[in-house]
Design a protein around this ligand. Structure first.
Ligand code: HEC
Ligand code: HEC
Length: 407
C-alpha cells in the first residue's frame, strides 16, 4: 500500500515536472520509464547546489590539494587534515551572520578577504562591543611552528580558537552569560537551516551539529588560506637558500632581505648596533615569517585605540606575509594596538627600544644593554620596507574559494 502510494506520488511529480518541460500530450507510462532516471537526477542535482550554486557538492573547490612550495616545512595541521567538504562547510560558517546572536556579525566582518582577512578598523565592531585588540590577518596561519593562537596565545590550537569569538559576549554573543544565548542555541539555530543539513550530511555522514565539528570545519577553512604567489616566492624557488641574493629582486630588495635576515653586531655588551643586520628573522622566521615560539613581547605594550592601560602578554604575531595589498597599500594598521599605520613607524619602534619600568615580559633580544638601538640609516629603512613589500601575494585577495558564498 505504501509503495503504491509512493509510485502514484512520484508519477504525479514527474507529470507536473514534464508538463512544464515538454508541452504536448505524452504517453504517461512511456514517459515514466524513459525519464525516470533523468528526472531523479535533476531533482537530486538541485539539492547538490547550495546557496544559489556557490557550493556545488559534486564539484567542490580545491582546498585539500593546494600546491605548497617545497621550502615550506612548518605545519600546525595536526590530525585535522583538510578535506574539500569540511573546508567548504568552514567557508559557509565563516561568512554566515547566523553565527552571531543578533545576526549582524560573521567572522568575515572582522576578517575581510580584501585586507588579507584583517580589519581596516583598529578595533572591530562585535554584536555587543568593540574588540579590545586589533584584528589579525589570517593568511598562512597553518604554516607556523607556534601551535597557539591569538596575540597572547590564549588558545591552545586553532580548533579551540575558532569558537571562542562565537562564545564571546562582545564579539558574536553566544556566551550563555548576562542574558546571552548559549552555544546550544546556536546549534539549534543552525540545525534548522537547510544548507547546513546538506553540508553536515555530506561532511560527516549525518546531520548532527556539534561544537567540535564546527571547530574542525572552521579551522580547515582558515588553514586553507594560503599565499605563496609573491615576488618573494618567485625568487625563493630560483635559489637554494634564503640567504642567497634573489635573481628577481632589485639591489634594494636584496639589501632589505639581508638586513631582515642577519643578526646585528653590537658594541661590546651594549645594545648599540654598529653593523650587521636588524635581527628580525630571529622572531619572524623566513620563509614562513611565522613568530618564534619563544618570543616574548616586543615593547609594544599599550592598548588599542583610545583605551588606557598596559598589555604585557602579546608574544605572537601573524605571519609577516601580506602586510600590504597587491597595490602596495598597508592592509591594516600594525600590532595588537594598531598604533602604527606604516612600516616606517614599526621600524622606528624597533630602532630605539624603550624598556618601560613595568615591562617584565620584554624579549631579551630587544632588552639587551638597556634597550636595543639599531641606528638604522634612511637607506636601511627604505630597503627593509621594499623587502617586506615582496612578501605580498595576489590570489589570496580574490580567489573564489575564500570568498563570500552568500554574495
Ligand atoms: C568582532 C570582530 C571579530 C569577529 C566577529 C571574529 N574575530 Fe577573529 N579576531 C578578532 C580579533 C580582534 C582578534 C585578535 C584578538 C586577540 O588576540 O585578543 C582575532 C583573532 C583571530 C584569530 C587568531 C589569529 C592568530 O594568528 O592568532 C583567528 C584564527 C580568528 N580570529 C578567527 C576567527 C573566526 C573563525 C571567527 C568566527 C567564528 C572570528 N575570528 C570572528 C576579531 C574578530
Ligand atoms: C624579539 C622578537 C622580535 C623581533 C626581534 C622582531 N619582532 Fe616584530 N613582532 C614581534 C612580536 C611579539 C610582535 C607582535 C607585537 C604586538 O602586536 O604587540 C611583532 C610584530 C611585528 C609587526 C606587526 C605585525 C602585525 O600583524 O601587526 C611587524 C610589521 C614586525 N613585527 C616587523 C618586525 C621587523 C621589521 C623586525 C626587525 C627590525 C622585527 N619585527 C623584529 C617580535 C619581534
Amino acid at each position: 500500500m505504501k509503495d503504491k502510494l509512493l509510485i502514484i506520488f512520484v508519477l504525479g511529480l514527474l507529470m507536473s515536472a514534464c508538463s512544464e518541460d515538454q508541452p504536448g500530450v505524452i504517453d504517461e507510462n512511456q514517459n515514466f520509464n524513459e525519464n525516470d532516471g533523468a528526472n531523479n537526477e535533476n531533482n537530486g542535482r538541485d539539492q547538490r547546489l547550495l546557496l544559489n550554486g556557490a557550493i556545488d557538492l559534486d564539484n567542490l573547490l580545491n582546498y585539500a590539494n593546494q600546491e605548497i612550495p617545497e621550502y615550506i616545512n612548518k605545519d600546525n595541521t595536526g590530525s585535522n587534515t583538510i578535506s574539500n567538504i569540511e573546508a567548504s562547510l568552514g567557508r559557509v560558517l565563516f561568512y554566515d551572520t547566523n553565527l552571531s546572536s543578533d545576526n549582524t556579525v560573521s567572522c568575515a566582518s572582522c576578517h575581510q578577504q580584501e585586507f588579507a582577512f584583517s580589519d581596516p578598523e583598529v578595533r572591530s565592531q562585535g554584536v555587543n562591543a568593540l574588540t579590545g585588540r586589533h584584528s589579525m590577518r589570517l593568511v598562512n596561519a597553518r604554516f607556523a611552528e607556534e601551535q597557539r593562537f591569538f596575540w597572547d596565545e590564549r588558545a591552545d590550537d586553532l580548533e579551540q580558537q575558532t569558537t571562542m569569538p562565537i562564545r564571546d559576549h562582545g564579539e558574536m554573543g553566544f556566551s550563555g552569560n548576562s542574558g546571552d544565548l548559549d552555544f546550544d542555541d546556536l546549534i539549534e539555530r543552525l540545525s534548522g537551516i537547510d544548507y547546513y543539513n546538506s553540508l553536515f550530511q555530506e561532511a560527516f555522514g549525518d546531520q548532527i551539529i556539534t561544537e567540535e565539528r564546527i571547530q574542525d570545519a572552521l579551522a580547515q577553512f582558515i588553514r586553507s588560506i594560503q599565499s605563496f604567489d609573491s615576488k618573494y616566492d618567485e625568487g625563493r624557488t630560483q635559489v637554494n637558500s634564503e640567504n642567497q641574493n634573489f635573481p628577481n629582486f632589485t639591489a634594494l630588495e636584496n639589501m632589505g632581505k639581508r638586513l631582515f635576515m642577519d643578526g646585528p653586531q653590537f658594541q661590546g655588551p651594549s645594545g648599540i648596533r654598529i653593523g650587521g643586520g636588524l635581527g628580525c628573522n630571529g622572531c619572524h622566521n623566513a620563509p614562513e615569517f611565522d613568530i618564534d615560539e619563544n618570543s616574548r613581547n616586543n615593547g609594544v605594550i599599550g592598548l588599542a585605540g583610545d583605551q588606557t592601560g598596559i598589555d604585557l602578554d602579546v608574544t605572537r604575531s601573524p605571519s609577516l606575509r601580506d602586510l600590504f595589498s597587491p597595490g602596495g597599500v598597508v592592509n591594516s594598521a600594525f600590532m595588537h594596538t594598531g598604533e602604527f599605520s606604516s612600516l616606517e613607524e614599526v621600524l622606528a619602534h624597533y630602532n630605539d627600544i624603550d624598556i618601560a619600568p613595568n615591562n617584565n615580559n620584554l624579549d631579551q633580544r630587544l632588552a639587551r644593554g638597556g634597550g636595543v638601538q639599531l641606528n638604522m640609516t634612511q637607506q636601511e629603512i627604505t630597503a627593509v620596507v621594499a623587502f617586506l613589500e615582496t612578501l605580498t601575494g595576489s590570489g589570496v585577495y580574490t580567489n573564489e574559494k575564500w570568498s563570500n558564498p552568500f554574495n
